[in-house]
Write a protein that binds this ligand. Structure first.
Ligand SMILES: C[S@@+](CC[C@H](N)C(=O)[O-])C[C@H]1O[C@@H](n2cnc3c(N)ncnc32)[C@H](O)[C@@H]1O
Length: 272
């Protein structure tokens, strides 16, 4: 089974299972508060692994032009539907395992030739980069397409999620508790064939992007809040949810704690 088929099976329930949950919405707000700082109205931004298009829609509503890409046709169909009213979103199928043909920025009247092939920035939220096992080709590919000083940012599933280790150990499921630490980890929604997933350390990603990009920011996403398979348990307990969100708000931005969160948010700047 390919990546595309695996995520096609998830597309129709993705927003209910993740996007529209209380915790999913809170974490996405945190991401939005970051991207608001560097993706400005009129900018042209490339999104990788856009899923159902929630972030593309958010940016387009703020005047940012988004080329939203994903490998899953089922996901892209939902993006087209969600962003139909937004001329600032272009939806393109693009597989991170095959970096050609390149998506191009949305053209704007009066722009020169160069800007037609250059994005102001790029991002991938909540895990698309975890399907790769070597990030250097993507870094080199992005280096050719991001303007000097432009920001690229990624939400990446981290290798040492304390919540996952603790929760599944407490329930005697040591296989799941340690899945991110194994060399060969996989993702298997429903009855599908397992898809290889990789959990790069912050150091590894920083090194792979280093020839072209300087790391500028790191924070945890889901340090006190749990991974999505435990959302239901926590969201049923409003006081506990409030307490965990309070802790998340105060401590998750501390960079040295980021490796222990469910995801880390990492930002780079294209070196001149
Ligand atoms: C966990 S979802 C995240 C979706 C979205 N970014 C969000 O914030 O909700 C991961 C996404 O990565 C996409 N993806 C997986 N493998 C991919 C690949 N090889 N190339 C491009 N996208 C891929 C999936 O189809 C899925 O939409």
């Amino acid at each position: 089974m390919t990546t595309t088929q695996t995520f096609d099976t998830l597309a129709s329930t993705y927003d209910v299972d993740f996007t529209d949950t209380l915790i999913g919405r809170y974490l996405r707000r945190r991401v939005h508060s970051r991207i608001d700082q560097y993706f400005k109205p009129g900018d042209s931004v490339l999104e990788l692994g856009c899923g159902t298009g929630e972030d593309a829609l958010y940016l387009a509503e703020r005047g940012v032009r988004v080329t939203a890409t994903d490998a899953s046709e089922a996901m892209l169909a939902l993006v087209r539907d969600k962003t139909r009213a937004h001329p600032r979103v272009r939806v393109v199928r693009f597989d991170l395992h095959n970096l050609t043909p390149p998506p191009t920025p949305l053209p704007v009247n009066g722009e020169g030739e160069k800007s037609k092939n250059t994005f102001d920035g790029a991002f991938a939220n909540f895990g698309p980069l975890n399907v790769l096992d070597d990030w250097r080709p993507l870094a080199a590919w992005l280096a050719e397409r991001i303007k000097p000083g432009g920001v690229i940012a990624f939400g990446v599933m981290s290798p040492y999620c304390l919540w996952e280790v603790g929760w599944h150990s407490l329930h005697g499921d040591f296989k799941t508790a340690t899945r991110r630490l194994r060399k060969r980890a996989s993702f298997q929604p429903g009855d599908s064939t397992p898809l290889a997933i990789h959990y790069p350390t912050i150091r590894r990603l920083t090194r792979d992007f280093a020839p072209h990009f300087k790391r500028t920011y790191i924070a945890g996403l889901g340090l006190f809040l749990p991974p999505s398979d435990v959302y239901g348990v926590i969201e049923k307990r409003p006081r506990l949810l409030r307490m965990l969100t309070w802790l998340e708000e105060r401590f998750a931005h501390l960079g040295f704690l980021a490796p222990f969160a469910d995801h880390y948010w990492i930002e780079f700047e294209r070196m001149v």
